[in-house]
Structure formats: C-alpha cells, structure tokens
Design a protein around this ligand. Sequence first.
Ligand code: FES
Length: 165
Amino acid sequence: MTDRREFLMKIGLGAGVAGIATQGAASLRSLIPNVSYDAPTTVKVGLPAEFPDGLKFLPDQRLFVFREGNVYHAISAVCTHLGCTVRAEALSQPETMTVEGAPLRMTHRFHCPCHGSRYTGDGATVSGPAPRPLAWHHLSVSPDDGQLVVDLAREVSRDFRLTVA
Ligand code: FES
C-alpha cells in the first residue's frame, strides 16, 4: 500500500516538474520575437529615368544619387562626425577630377550644419571634425521592375559606377 502511494506521488511529482519546465520554456520562447524588426538594407528608390542629371537627394535614405547620362553613383548624406545630415552646395563651376583612378565630374560639395565639417564632391573630408569621408553605397538595378536599388549596408570604393543600359 505504501509502495503504491509512494509510486503515485512520484508520478505526480514528475508530471508537475515536467509541466513547470514546459511552461518555463514556453515563457522564455515568448520573449524572442518571431519576426525581425531590422530595417531592410536594400531599398528601391525609383526608376533610373526618374533621376535628373546631376544630383537628387533622397531624405528617407539620407542619400545623394548622382546621375551623369546613364552612369550613377550614390553618396551618403550622413556626416561621419556625429551623424547629422550634410547639405549639398552646387559648385559655381563643375570640375572633373580623377578619384581612385576613375574620372568623376563633381557638381557639388557638402557641408554639415552641425559642427561645420566640409567635404568635397566625392565625399572626401576637407575640414572640421568629421573623421572619415562620406560613404559611397552600392547601386544596382532590380531585375523585377528596373528600379534603382541602393544597399545602405554595403559601402563601395569611390571608383564605383553603375552604368544602366
Ligand atoms: S555631425 Fe557633422 S560635423 Fe558634427
């Protein structure tokens, strides 16, 4: 009789422990979201033909997209000092320079309104507290709908150009 009671108590205890463990695991799992809230790093920004020759500022991506004919490149507007959005100033006279071995027609330069950092048209630092040049981002054409796609997580060197057929 005692053995039977002990046996039943042990079964009950075991079931209780198993139940608590399962409940605990479920509670812990509920703390981990099923979806990722990370912002996507690739963004479609419109058809290439919608971009004017010269510069277009995209406020949502904080990005300058440059077009010269069918050639495109993109420079970040995020100041490398503390992250303010830099402003583009048109040059009175556009100039073509060789940047990392590739010719680049510069129509603008950049300046940061927060602490006065200045950058040339290819994003190189000229003065102020900015420790690094402005980033260049990878551009491609979406195979789905032909829109320009910018990868905000992928920096490229300053000789990067996207030529759209
Ligand atoms: S954030 Fe641009 S100079 Fe400080």
